[in-house]
Structure formats: structure tokens, C-alpha cells
Design a protein around this ligand. Structure first.
Ligand code: ARG
Length: 568
């Protein structure tokens, strides 16, 4: 709609499309107009009072064939020009165009690349609740960028390097049992690691042994590498199972270990820029001007650290992909770390540092509990997911026991409930997950959106039985003129701009909130309008509209990485 108005205006004001677009506004209510063009900003340029400018533009507009632009009327109210669309013309145009081609006109990412780094769990440990948030926020951002035409590189920066793996190797060789680890890798490895620390209190020589194994690993010793690789493979099997349940996938698994041989190069580059300083035997880059503590590059014992690996990974990403943006979807507790890393990159004069962004997010608890690394004192993600699916299954058994693909649907709803609950809040908020709340079909939940979608699908099935399928051409039917219909059509055409907003703010809750609103609009419409009336043309018109709503809901859910079953 904005596009129509912008094009129309280029005929009467001496401004380009790109100059006009940011001036366009959405009036608070449809009675005031569908699109507004305030003339304040033009006052300087045209040296006239805004209402006068508005009047002159209106006079010129009235000489144009407004209908060709889908516009019925333009009204001037003081400094504003308010545009009213011809509802039925615009609706038929939109519905004929369809959701996919509506999006294809908003490919703002064409020719651009974004690296999205997310999830990044630590091997040989359980997935933590903050990893779920990172995983889902990251995946949905990656999906949304891709939908807008960006080339997206989905990156998992696995925590797979550090002295802890020397300790774990020592512990495994002493007390480990291969079969047990295979059966239950993460819990077993965590238990071994805990035992190592307990034993080390009375046997300090264990610490040296751990150090020795890490040294061996760094030097590429065959046995050390083999054991570490096995820990990693077993952990990845568990992670990948979770990812497939969550519809998550990556283009690259490049963990911290990948950068371990790229440290010298980074340190050399920092040195060349004359930024490296010694401090208590460690090497650091001072960040006094930024008013933040120095970034430690190398520890006094020569070991490289987390931040240095992040510098190496940033350089690698720049070199490989020349991205326009690199997004780091990581828990807010690491804010200082990323400030330091990005500041060092800036001091090294890398222009791409400006495109690096920490996408921080708040905590999530599950009914007040924090998910944890060890069984017993918290909740584990796979248990949470299994329980969610079980719960969804109970609902299906109660509501629709004859449903065909029950298991698949239970999976979609159970997991959808958790994921939607995560993504509907602004990412920086702390959230608590409540089982009852997340599973209601009436509240602001994933199941509510899925259910609305399935309901429309069943309507479409019934219509096709009655041979009223949406045809290729959509007639400009008067039923599109009612406020309930128009509000929905208005929301449908906003969908691409919701995706743009999501990428601007890097916040998937924009999409989740939009979907809730669209469901509300549809349910209101559905409560007021009769679908299967005598007049076939009217049935077709309504079906065309409902079908567009369904595809938008499905598309939006899928961007959030949630499935939309056709029947529930
Ligand atoms: N593995 C880290 C953790 O679990 C997260 C990694 C974040 N990404 C990064 N580039 N530092 O806390």
C-alpha cells in the first residue's frame, strides 16, 4: 500500500521514491485513512506552510487517475494528506498476487550476506536453557533474513576447546566406561568432569595430568585427538537430535577448536598495529578510551583465550564470506566480552567491525526453575521437549482422537508451544515458561496460531468439496469492504514490512506478535461473517481471503521454526 502511494506521489512532488518512503505514515485508525503523508518536512524545501503544501499536492493529485493506483479518495486534514484505498480493488489485487509474490517485491537483502552465529553449545555438557534461546532466536533470524533475499551463513561456534578437555580425557582414561558414555554421553561426561574436580582436591597431581593431556591435544597427539574427537562426536549426536526436533540446521559447524591454529596470526596482526601490551605477564589490548577493561589476548602461561578465538573467527568470517553483518546470538551476560572483541577489531581498523552485532537476550526460567548442566538439580532440554510432546498428545487424544498423523501433530504443537513462548517476548526480556499458559488454544500461544491455521485449512477443505476453491482471478467483491475484512487485508499487506522490521531490530517477536494479531483479526471476521452463503462469488471471495491468511500464518510460523499442521 505504501508503495502505491509513493508511486503516486512521485508524479506530483519533486522527490524521489526513496525520499518519500520514510515520510509515509500509518494513521492510527482506518477511519482516518489507510496511509498518511504529512507535509511538515516539505515546509523548508517549498518555503510554505505545511497545510498549504498539502492543499497544492491534493489539487494536483485530483487531476490524476487515482483508481489506477487503487486509491479511492485523498482527503486533506491540515498538514496531512490521507489516502483511502478502494477496498475491493486493492483486495483483489493483493489476493491475486498472493503471499509469495508480495514477498518477492521486498527482497531488500539481494546481493547481501549475513553471518548468523547461534546455539553454540559446549561439548561434553548439557544444553543449557540459554542455548535454547540462542538456538531459536538465531534460527528464526536466519530464516527471516533468507526470506528477504539475503545470503545467510548459519554458524555454530561450538565450545569445543580449552583446558577442560585435558581434564576430561584424564578422567575418562582413569574411571570412564566407553559403553556408558555411548549410552548417555552428556550425563556421563559431566559426571566424569565433576569427579575429576572432587578427586583433585585430595590428589593435586591430577591437575598436572589434565594439563598434560590438553598440551598433547594442542600438539596434535594422536590419542589425545582421538579421545577428544570422540567426545565431540558423541556430543554432536545429542545436539543434532535436538536440532532436528526443533527444525534447526547449520551451514557450518566451526567450533573454537577450528581457530586454535589461527592464534599466532591474530596475535601477529595485533602486534603489527602496535596494540599489544604486557600486563602481569599476560598480553592485552587496552580499551581505556572505551572505558572498558582491557581485552586479554594471551594468558601468562601462553594459553590463548576465548576472546582471541573470537577475534580469529571474526577475521575468518570476513575473509570467507565478506558479510554485510555478523550477528552473534549470545546470552546478555557476554555483553562485555563482545564489546571488547568488537572494540579490538575497530582498533585494528577493520571496517567490518561496524557490521558486527551482539544479539543479546534475557534469561528464561521454566516455572521458576533454571535449566542446568546436571541431572537432578534442574531441567534438561530433551526432557522438557518430551514432556511438551506428551502434553500435546493428551490434548489431541481428548479433542480429536481420530486425527490421522497424531504423533507428528503432537510434536509440532508441543515444541511449537515452547518455541513460540520464547519468541513472542522481546528478546531482551527475562521470561518464565509456564506449562498451562503456553498450551492454551485461546491465549497468546503457538498452539493458538497453529489452531487458527488448521481451522482455516479445514474451511478450505470444505470449500473445495463444495467446489468453491480460490480461482486464479479474484473478483473485487463488495464483501471486502466491511471493516472486519479490510482490517485483515490491511494486516496482510503489512507482512513484508514486519519481516523488514524483524531484521532491523533483530527481534523475532515482531513476527510472533504479528501472527497473534492476524489470528485475532481472522477469528473476529470468522465470527461475524458467514462463509457458505448462496452466492458462489461471495464464497469464492471469502475463501480467497481466508486462503491468503492461512499461507501467511504458515509462512510466519515457519520463519519462527514452528510447523503448521493442516489439521489438529
Ligand atoms: N559456547 C559459549 C557458551 O556456551 C557460547 C559461544 C558464543 N559465541 C561466541 N562467538 N563467543 O557460553
Amino acid at each position: 500500500m505504501k508503495q502505491h502511494v509513493v508511486q503516486l506521489l512521485t508524479n506530483v512532488v519533486e522527490l524521489t521514491e526513496t525520499e518519500i518512503l520514510p515520510l509515509i505514515e500509518t494513521p492510527p485508525s482506518r477511519e482516518q485513512g489507510d496511509i498518511a503523508f504529512p507535509c511538515f518536512q516539505l515546509a523548508k524545501k517549498f518555503r510554505q506552510a505545511p497545510p498549504q503544501i498539502a492543499q497544492q499536492i491534493l489539487d494536483k493529485l485530483n487531476q490524476l487517475p487515482l483508481d489506477d493506483f487503487g486509491i479511492k479518495e485523498v482527503k486533506q486534514v491540515g498538514p496531512y494528506l490521507n489516502f483511502f484505498f478502494d477496498r475491493k480493488q486493492y483486495a483483489s489485487h493483493l489476493l491475486e498476487q498472493g503471499m509469495e509474490s508480495l514477498l518477492s517485491s521486498t527482497q531488500i537483502g539481494e546481493g547481501k550476506t549475513v553471518v548468523v552465529e547461534y546455539s553454540s553449545p559446549n561439548i561434553a555438557k548439557h544444553f543449557q536453557v540459554y542455548h535454547i534461546r540462542s538456538t531459536m532466536i538465531g534460527q528464526s533470524l536466519a530464516n527471516t533474513y533468507a526470506a528477504l533475499g539475503y545470503k545467510v551463513e548459519k554458524m555454530n561456534h561450538l565450545g569445543d576447546w580449552g583446558t577442560q578437555f585435558g581434564k576430561l580425557t584424564a578422567a575418562f582414561l582413569k574411571w570412564g566406561d566407553e559403553e556408558k558414555v555411548k549410552e548417555n554421553p552428556l550425563s556421563e561426561l559431566v559426571a566424569l568432569y565433576v569427579k575429576f574436580h572432587e578427586e583433585a582436591e585430595n590428589h593435586p597431581e591430577l591437575v598436572d595430568e589434565g594439563r598434560m593431556w590438553f598440551k598433547k591435544l594442542e600438539d596434535g597427539d594422536e590419542e589425545a585427538v582421538r579421545i577428544w574427537q570422540w567426545f565431540k562426536d558423541e556430543s554432536l549426536k545429542v545436539f543434532e537430535r535436538l536440532y532436528s526436533q526443533l527444525n534447526v540446521s547449520f551451514d557450518h559447524y566451526l567450533g573454537e577448536s577450528f581457530y586454535s591454529n589461527k592464534m599466532d596470526d591474530v596475535i601477529q596482526k595485533i602486534k603489527e598495529k602496535d596494540l599489544l601490551e604486557e600486563s602481569d605477564g599476560a598480553l592485552v589490548v587496552r580499551l581505556d578510551e572505551q572505558n572498558i577493561p582491557p581485552c586479554i589476548i594471551q594468558k601468562s602461561d601462553g594459553a590463548s583465550i576465548y576472546a582471541t578465538r573470537d577475534l580469529a573467527s571474526a577475521l575468518y568470517r570476513e575473509e570467507q564470506f565478506h558479510p554485510d553483518k555478523i550477528l552473534y546470538v549470545v546470552d546478555q551476560r557476554q555483553a562485555l566480552h563482545f564489546q571488547q572483541v568488537f572494540s579490538v577489531l575497530k582498533k585494528m581498523d577493520y571496517a567490518f567491525a561496524d557490521g558486527c552485532e551482539h544479539i543479546a537476550f534475557g534469561f528464561m526460567t521454566i516455572q521458576g526453575k533454571i535449566g542446568s548442566t546436571r541431572k537432578g538439580d534442574g531441567l534438561l532440554l530433551d526432557e522438557v521437549l518430551d514432556y511438551a510432546v506428551e502434553r500435546a498428545m493428551n490434548i489431541i487424544e481428548e479433542k480429536n482422537p481420530n486425527l490421522e498423523n497424531k504423533h507428528e501433530v503432537a510434536q509440532a504443537i508441543g515444541i511449537g508451544a515452547i518455541v513460540f513462548n520464547d519468541l513472542k517476548h522481546h528478546r531482551t526480556h527475562n521470561i518464565d515458561f509456564n506449562w498451562d499458559e503456553a498450551f492454551t488454544f485461546e491465549g497468546k500461544t503457538g498452539p493458538y496460531v497453529q489452531y487458527t491455521h488448521a481451522r482455516i485449512k479445514s474451511l478450505l477443505r470444505r470449500a473445495s468439496e463444495e467446489e468453491a476453491t480460490a480461482s486464479q482471478s479474484v473478483t473485487p467483491h463488495p464483501s471486502y469492504e466491511s471493516d472486519v475484512a479490510w482490517d485483515m487485508i490491511y494486516a496482510l499487506q503489512q507482512y513484508p514490512s514486519v519481516l523488514v522490521e524483524t531484521t532491523k531490530k533483530n527481534d523475532p517477536s515482531q513476527i510472533a506478535k504479528y501472527l497473534l494479531e492476524l489470528c485475532q483479526l481472522f477469528n473476529r471476521y470468522y465470527a461475524q461473517e458467514r462463509f457458505f452463503v448462496e452466492d458462489k462469488a461471495e464464497v469464492q471471495a471469502k475463501i480467497a481471503l481466508a486462503s491468503h491468511v492461512a499461507s501467511t500464518l504458515k509462512h510466519g510460523l515457519e520463519l519462527l521454526s514452528i510447523k503448521a499442521p493442516d489439521a489438529i
